[in-house]
Write a protein that binds this ligand. Structure first.
Ligand code: GRF
Length: 198
């Protein structure tokens, strides 16, 4: 049975594009909607070009009332009947109320080797710490930010002349491989983590 996948974005949506493009052939999933909290998110157009319905729920009108924002999110996606949500650069924290509703059915990609560097500025923090390796993680979403069972990680070396931008680009390249791979496995019930090296 085909699993319906919603993808939440806030920006360019390069991970979203990789997920959309991966869901063909014998893949168990098909995208049913791409949602953004920002109407200017470039990823919305990229989804529309691919014939995927889009929804926008701006967070500003809710003035920090996360529960009301999340009710609006639920309302916007309900008609698309998703089975699974993939957070792909969705820059809003979700409350336990929303997350618990989707427990076991919501994934996130985070640009660090969790449990290291939860939250923002992960590349700068890895550089500042003098780390020799860095990477990205796909995990199931639980109420704790950037936590939850790890489904896959990809490692990259940190090079001596790296800047935040060069390191971010090297990690993003791996995100684009890891997230589609993990989603494909997850939808057929494979939750053993995959580990990629480059
Ligand atoms: C990615 O680095 C993702 O890990 C992080 O935000 C970025 C989103 O990039 N959470 P894109 O919108 O998928 O291009």
């Amino acid at each position: 049975m085909t699993r319906r996948v919603a993808i939440f974005i806030s920006g360019g949506g390069s991970n979203m594009v990789k997920l959309l493009d991966s869901m063909t052939g014998d893949h168990a999933g098909r995208a049913c909607v791409v949602l953004s909290n920002d109407p200017a998110a470039a990823g919305l157009e990229r989804a529309e070009e691919r014939g995927v319905p889009t929804e926008v729920v701006r967070h500003q009108p809710f003035h920090g009332d996360r529960t009301a924002f999340e009710h609006a999110l639920m309302g916007a996606i309900a008609k698309h009947k998703p089975d699974v949500i993939c957070l792909a650069g969705f820059m809003r924290k979700l409350t336990a109320g929303f997350v618990d509703e989707w427990r076991g059915h919501m994934l996130n990609i985070h640009p660090s080797l969790l449990p290291k560097y939860r939250g923002l500025h992960t590349h700068a923090r890895a550089l500042k710490a003098g780390d020799k390796e860095h990477g990205c993680t796909v995990h199931e979403v639980t109420p704790v930010l950037d936590d939850g069972p790890i489904l896959g990680q990809a490692r990259v070396p940190v090079l001596p002349d790296d800047t935040e931008a060069t390191l971010a680009a090297r990690v993003l390249e791996q995100e684009h491989i890891l997230y589609p791979m993990v989603l494909r496995r997850f939808l057929v019930g494979e939750k053993t983590p995959v580990f990629l090296e480059s």
